[in-house]
Design a protein around this ligand. Structure first.
Ligand code: 3QA
Length: 230
């Protein structure tokens, strides 16, 4: 079984590479892909660079060039749901693109004709994550993640995203990865640990907590690999 693990920023995959220690590097299309073996699983790991476009390229490459059969995303996010504090984990049940706007033609926010407003995550991987959370005695919120090519550091925009999509967290890559996996029929799982609350302190908190929250997410993904390996 070949599994892709992706992040957007280098900080999001470094903890994984540090845990694995041994891997092979392969450069392709402006990114570095790391191939490793873990407990009988074949892994391909990469960070895409920030945003929907780069993450689309990386997810597609992992599937089409490297032959990934499942994709796990590990990274950080801005919290919308006030129950989510810095370092807390959220697994996406569904993802949407909050920055898509062709409402001038009567379409709802986030909707592209022939696309889906919400793309749902794989149920099997979500159940696996719930088992892992139980075993680790960690709380794992399941909810909607809204994606857009914007770092949100503004209460008003955040509240609009919250009410328009009933979203619990926001980031910049989940939905584009979901679009790729859905189209190519590859089960996917998007995990994020909170780095900030997408408010006026977001920039400051993001810098302060990127590393520690990215580690929380990566540690959880490693435990999911343990389960997928058996
Ligand atoms: C932010 C990263 C991008 O990959 C999306 C983090 C955490 N908080 C967020 C927020 N709004 C949107 N997304 C997020 N990730 C990239 S901008 C900072 C770049 O600094 C999730 C996320 N509030 C690079 C150094 O110059």
């Amino acid at each position: 079984m070949k599994i892709a693990i992706m992040g957007a920023m280098v900080e999001e995959i470094t903890p994984l590479l540090e845990t694995l220690k041994e891997y092979k590097k392969c450069e392709y299309a402006g990114n570095v892909y790391y191939e490793a073996e873990y407990k009988g699983l074949e892994l391909v790991i990469a960070y895409s660079k920030i945003g929907k476009v780069f993450s689309t390229l990386t997810a597609t490459t992992m599937i089409e060039k490297f032959g990934a059969e499942k994709l796990l995303f590990s990274g950080v996010a801005g919290a919308i749901n006030p129950a989510l504090k810095i370092g807390d984990l959220i697994a996406a049940t569904a993802l949407c693109q909050h920055d898509v706007d062709i409402t001038a033609f009567g379409h709802p926010d986030g909707f592209i004709p022939e696309g889906k407003l919400f793309i749902e995550s794989d149920q099997t991987l979500l159940s696996l994550a719930k088992e892992v959370a139980m075993q680790m005695d960690k709380s794992l919120l399941e909810g909607v993640i809204a994606t857009g090519d914007q770092f949100i550091a503004d209460e008003e925009r955040k509240n609009w995203i919250a009410k328009t999509f009933d979203a619990d967290a926001l980031e910049m890559e989940g939905a584009s990865v979901a679009v790729v996996c859905d189209a190519l029929d590859v089960p996917f799982f998007i995990l994020r640990a909170i780095s900030d609350a997408a408010d006026m302190d977001a920039g400051f908190n993001f810098d302060a907590f990127l590393e520690s929250s990215a580690k929380e997410s990566a540690a959880f993904v490693m435990k999911m690999l343990d389960k997928l390996a058996v």
